[in-house]
Design a protein around this ligand. Sequence first.
Ligand SMILES: [Fe+2]
Length: 216
Amino acid sequence: MKFSRRDIAKHLGLAAGLTGLVGAPLARAMVATPKQTEGPFYPPTPHGETDVDLTLLEGHTERAVGDVILVRGRVTNLDGNPLVGARVDIWQTNHFGRYAHPDDRNPAPLDPNFQGIGVTTTDESGQYGFKTIRPAAYRLTQNEDSAYRPRHIHFKVAHENASELTTQMYFEGDPLIEGDLVMEDTPEDQRASLITTEVEDVETGLPLHQFDIVLA
Ligand SMILES: [Fe+2]
């Protein structure tokens, strides 16, 4: 039995029928990126510099310590359409696992050359991008038997036509992801959408993590 395009369209619940399949691109139904806790270390007083290169502060000659990585992605709504002008905030530990926040009791050193926070807005195709340092795992408390958090970058994403999202991005292959308290709070079938795979950026040769974000 041969199905016509109209039969298939009907099966898919497309009111537009034939034109729905051959005309304009179909809107893809997307799943919203899961929320995760903001945590206690959102930088309270960004030191004036919040640009997209977290590895180099203005007036400094030395870069932050650690592996330089690129983090890029696209912010879309549930229909898969790009959200233009969305505000993307990131914050994270330095190479040693320390936040530049007065409440972080981690004895790991601060890095005076690390920006720690970055803010940008998405371009006309919904893209954002940062250059940063691969963050480190850290202990939840300073007790010796304390659990570690896996490496992660905190994100806060806002757009006038969508719900604000606070979440975290992880690094594929990190053994600490399994059993992480924050990850366990996220529905199991949604966890993978927060874990990024490292590839090589063709232009710069730097490790690149693509983290696409869907706002509800
Ligand atoms: Fe954190």
